[in-house]
Design a protein around this ligand. Structure first.
Ligand SMILES: [Zn+2]
Length: 350
C-alpha cells in the first residue's frame, strides 16, 4: 500500500483535479489494493473459550450494566422455559425475519443478478462497471459468511439480555431509547459467534393479546428493530468490528429508503458527523491504496467537503464505505429481500 508518492509534489483537490480523478477512475488502474479493502474482514481472529469467558462479563457490564440486573438466555433456552413469551415471540420472529432476509438476499444476488445490479446502479448510483462488479462479488461473499451466524437451524448463538424484573431501574422507558442505546453486541473473536441482544427496549406492559392497532404497530416496531439489530450484529461477527455511521430508521423500526440513507451519509461526511476515528482510518487506507490518488495531498483529500464530493463521484470510495459499514449492509439486505418479495408476488409479470 504505497501508492502515495513520497518526496514528490502533491496537489490539492480542486475542481480540475476532481475532473481528473473522474477520468482516471475510468482508465485501467491497478485496483488490487482497493479490492482488498472491499474484501476486508476475511481474516477473523478467533479467541479461545477461556479468553472469551474472561472478556465477556466485562463487555456486558460496560455496555449493558451489572450482571445482577439482567439474565442472559439463548433463544432456544427461552423457548423451552416458555416463561417470557412476549419477549420470546418478538425476538424469535425477528430472528426468523433476519434469516429469511439474508437468505433471500443471497439467492437474489446469485440467481437474479439483473434485479440486484439495477438496485446498485439505479438506487445506490454506483455506475462504474468494475466497481459495481467488485462490490457485488465481495458483498455476496460476506453475506454467505453471515449465513453461518444467522442459521435457521441453530439459534443457540442468539443470546437475549432480559432485564431482571426485581430491578425496576433497569426497565427502559420508551423515551430513553435514542441513538446511543446499545441494541446488540458481538465480539469478533468469539469462537461461538454469539450475539447479545438487548431486549430492554420492549416495554414491560406490551401485551399482544390487547387486540388493538396501536399494540399491533408497537409489536411490529420492536420486531423490525430487532431484525435490524441481528443483521447488524451478524455483519460485525464476520469480522467487521467498526461502525462508520448509524442509519436513521422509520417510526416503524424499519430502515428509511436507501436514497435517504445516502443523503444522510453525504450530510454526515460534509458536516463531520461520521464516527471520526474509524472513518478517517478507512479513508486513509483507501486513498493510499488507490493509485488514482497518488499525487494528491492526503490533507486536502481529507477535507470534509472534498470527501463528500468524492463519495459522489468515486464509486470505489462509495463502495468501500458502504460494504464495511454494518448498518448499510443490513439495509441492503432488507431492501433486496423486500424487492424480492414484491417481484415474486408479481408472479411472472415483467
Ligand atoms: Zn455496530
Amino acid at each position: 500500500m504505497a501508492w502515495q508518492a513520497i518526496g514528490e509534489d502533491l496537489y490539492d483537490v480542486d475542481d480540475e483535479k476532481l475532473a481528473e480523478i473522474q477520468r482516471r477512475l475510468t482508465q485501467d488502474n491497478n485496483m488490487e489494493d482497493v479490492y482488498e479493502i472491499f474484501a476486508r474482514s476475511s481474516k477473523k481472529i478467533v479467541l479461545s473459550m477461556k479468553e472469551m469467558d474472561a472478556i465477556l462479563p466485562k463487555m456486558t457490564k460496560l455496555f449493558f450494566g451489572e450482571e445482577s440486573e439482567f439474565d442472559l438466555k439463548s433463544l432456544s433456552q427461552l423457548k423451552e422455559e416458555k416463561a417470557s413469551s412476549v419477549i420470546y415471540d418478538i425476538y424469535n420472529e425477528a430472528f426468523n425475519n433476519a434469516v429469511k432476509h439474508l437468505n433471500d438476499a443471497v439467492s437474489v444476488i446469485n440467481d437474479e443478478q439483473g434485479i440486484f445490479e439495477s438496485y446498485i446502479s439505479d438506487r445506490i448510483q454506483m455506475k462504474d462497471k468494475d466497481a459495481l462488479r467488485f462490490f457485488i462479488d465481495s458483498l455476496l461473499n460476506k453475506l454467505k459468511r453471515m449465513t453461518s451466524i444467522l442459521d435457521g437451524d441453530n439459534n443457540e448463538n442468539i443470546i437475549l439480555l432480559i432485564k431482571n424484573k426485581s430491578k425496576a431501574e433497569t426497565v427502559m422507558q420508551p423515551e430513553a431509547i435514542n441513538k446511543d442505546t446499545i441494541f446488540g453486541l458481538t465480539s469478533i473473536g468469539d469462537p461461538l459467534d454469539r450475539m447479545f441482544i438487548n431486549t430492554a427496549i420492549v416495554p414491560e406492559d406490551l401485551n399482544p393479546s390487547n387486540n388493538n392497532f396501536q399494540t399491533f404497530q408497537d409489536r411490529e416496531k420492536y420486531i423490525n428493530l430487532a431484525t435490524g439489530t441481528m443483521l447488524h450484529e451478524a455483519v460485525h461477527a464476520i469480522g467487521l468490528p467498526e461502525d462508520y455511521i448509524y442509519l436513521n430508521v422509520e417510526d416503524t423500526g424499519g430502515f428509511v429508503s436507501i436514497e435517504q440513507s445516502l443523503a444522510q451519509i453525504k450530510y454526515a461526511i460534509e458536516n463531520n458527523f461520521m464516527e471520526k476515528e474509524h472513518f478517517n482510518y478507512l479513508c486513509h487506507l483507501y486513498f493510499l491504496s488507490n493509485p488514482v490518488y497518488k499525487d494528491l495531498s492526503l490533507e486536502s483529500l481529507m477535507k470534509p467537503s472534498n470527501l463528500k464530493r468524492l463519495f459522489q463521484l468515486d464509486d470505489y470510495f462509495k463502495g468501500v464505505l458502504l460494504i464495511n459499514n454494518p448498518d448499510t449492509v443490513s439495509q441492503i439486505i432488507s431492501d433486496i429481500a423486500k424487492n424480492n418479495e414484491l417481484f415474486r408476488r408479481g408472479d411472472g409479470a415483467p
